[in-house]
Design a protein around this ligand. Sequence first.
Ligand code: ADP
Ligand code: ADP
Length: 233
Amino acid sequence: DSLLEFRNIRVVYDNAIEAVRDVSIAVPEGGIVALLGSNGAGKSTLLKAMSGILYTEEGVIESGSIRFRGEDVHHLAPDELVRRGIVQVPEGRRVFASLTIEENLQMGGYTRSNAAARERRDKVFALFPRLHERRDQIAGYMSGGEQQMLAIGRALMTDPKLLALDEPSLGLAPLIIDRIYEVIVRLRDELKMTVLLVEQNAQRALDIADYGYILETGRVVLDGTARKLAANE
Ligand code: ADP
Ligand code: ADP
C-alpha cells in the first residue's frame, strides 16, 4: 500500500515550460524510493508540487493528484504538511548559520513543548554523534557535510512519517555521502520512516533505495526495483 502517491501529475511554469508531464509515482510505507535523472528532469518540481510552495514560483499543477494517506496534499503550506507527517529538506543544506547546532535543532521542534523537543533532539543526536559532540559550535563554520546532516537532523525534529530529500549528496565527498546514506538507511530500518530521495547520482542512490524512478525531461522513462535498475545502469 502506498503512503504517498503522485498520479498523472503535470506541472507547467508561467514561462510555459512543462516541467513535469504525466508522472505517476508510488511510495510504499517504510521504503526508500529514489527519484533520479539529470539536471532539469523535473525532480525538484515534483517535490515542490507536494506542497503549496510551487505557487510561489508560478508553477501550476495542471492535472493529476498527490495523495498522502489517501488525502490530497498538493495545496498545503509547509507547516501543515509537517503536522500531517511530511517534511522536506530542500537542496542546498539550509541552516541558520549564526546559531549553534543545538539551537538549529531546537528551531526544528517549533510545534512542540520544550520537554518534547528536548527528547526529540536527543534522538537526533543519537543518529548523528558528530553533531552531538559539536552541539555548541556555530553552524556556519561547519563543513558542507555536517551542515547537510544538520539540515536533515532539523527536519527529523518534526518526527515525520515521510522525509523527502532533495539531492542531499550534492557537492559532497564520497566518504561523507556514505555517512549521510548510512543515516538514511537507519531511518528506514530502525525508525520505520519512509524516504523519497532525489538524486542525480543514480548509482549511489540505488545502493540504498528499494525502488527507483528515472526521469527525463519531465517524464518517467524507467522504473523498477533498485536492484534491477542498478543492473541496467
Ligand atoms: P531537476 O530538479 O530535475 O533538476 P527541476 O524540477 O528543477 O529539475 O526543473 C525542471 C524544468 O523546469 C527545467 O526545465 C527548469 O528550468 C524548469 N523550472 C524549474 N523551476 C522553474 C521556475 N521556478 N520557473 C520556471 N521554470 C522552472
Ligand atoms: P534544480 O534544477 O536542482 O531545481 P536549479 O539551479 O535549476 O536547481 O534551480 C534553482 C532555482 O531556480 C529553483 O528554485 C528553480 O525552481 C528555479 N529555476 C530553475 N529553472 C528556472 C527557470 N527556467 N526559470 C525560473 N526559475 C527557474
